[in-house]
Write a protein that binds this ligand. Sequence first.
Ligand code: NAP
Length: 439
Amino acid sequence: MADKNQALLHVCIIGSGPAGYYAAENLAVEDHVRVDIIDKLPTPYGLIRGGVAPDHQSIKGVFRRYEKTALGNTIHFIGNLDVGKDVTLAELRGLYDAVVVAVGAPKDRKLWIPGNDKSGVIGSAAFVGWYNSHPDFADLKLDLDITSVAVIGNGNVAVDVARVLAKTPAEMAVSDLAPYAAEVIHNSPLKDIWILGRRGPLEAKFTPKEVGEMGQLENCVALTSGADLPELTEDQMAGLNLAVRKNLIHLQSFAMNKPDQSKKALHIKFYAMPVEILGDDRVTGIRLEKTRVDENAKCIGTGETFEIECQMVIPCIGYQSIPLDGAPFDDRGGKFVNDEGKIENGLYATGWARRGPTGTIGTNRPDGHEIAAKILKGEKPSGKEGRAGLDALIKDRGLEVVTFQDWKKIEAAEEQAASGDIPRVKFHDIKDLIKATKT
Ligand code: NAP
């Protein structure tokens, strides 16, 4: 505990995902720092809960580390408080010595091609949010009465989406896939899943573990064309970056696979740049241009096009942050304008809000360390009110917020609702989440 006479440094973190908690963890090492972590949702952990694939429970397990931080005496979670709506950034800056924007990148980067507004085009933020019980997307009435889907992009999100669509109920048994999504996905007549990359296998951004999983599906055969894979000598293979080499080895094995009519097919296609989504109101297909990759790894269209029949298109082409009134925003980069995490005195950004949507959960760890060090060095206690002031404002406005202890009640109710190997059945409605805090 802080020396009774030591002035307190009040820090507010907006966003309770990995970036927020790693920053908090590093700030809390100093006894005189008080940290409040605000989230728009009544639940903590951001992408761990709403983004990481439901069958990747071991990745989700990192929440235990954040929970340890959250249970510290000097850190408080304030959920169900929407910054920008319930309280402004300017108000928070008036109450806290430092504010850290750790809001992630919750909005899809849009695929700007003709036909992108047709029914059946759904961005990855919405699709992933839907199968993960995110309250903003749970009500999407997705029609998966389809036989073919085009998943655009060669990142891990594209792989997640394709895998969740490909897996059987048995393969999803140890998952927290939203029950309403499981019902739709597992009753779908889907046969063909296309993962379409605009560049080649050497430029793909997915990682070996994730690619490897595509080769182990019970009812789906991963296929790729040998013609899309580079022919490399042993020396050239050995010279590749390790992750790229491992990806290539998996892809080479997929090129040997034979289609099996009794199973789904997962077609991984490279050098295919989307140019138009086809159909009247609804998607019926996608037109792609064949590409080549130049010596600078840039994608160049060849002018030759081809079409793939599909009734749904899921662009998984990256995300962007959502601007916050009072913080300068870089529209092109989809992140907050900052200099190595500092936006201006008293205002910081960390995680995807700082860097843009790249890197894994672990990438936020050094970010959190760095931003905390900057705050501890650059900011001094100034007599601001911190939590007491925010509590007064919340009371004045009659807002209903969620504490960490409330969240633990939600968590217990979700675990209680689960059976078998299912770790939890998540609430997806804000009203139900709040109701669970009253038990
Ligand atoms: P990402 O890794 O940046 O991949 C985006 C993909 O979209 C790239 O293949 C990119 O191609 C393609 N793309 C971008 N604009 C396009 C366009 N206009 N037309 C066609 N293709 C386009 O992004 P992400 O998959 O959203 O993942 C975000 C981050 O989360 C990544 O760091 C990822 O590793 C991480 N993540 C990790 C896991 C895991 O560890 N299991 C799971 C999910 C996400 P170009 O390369 O040609 O630009």
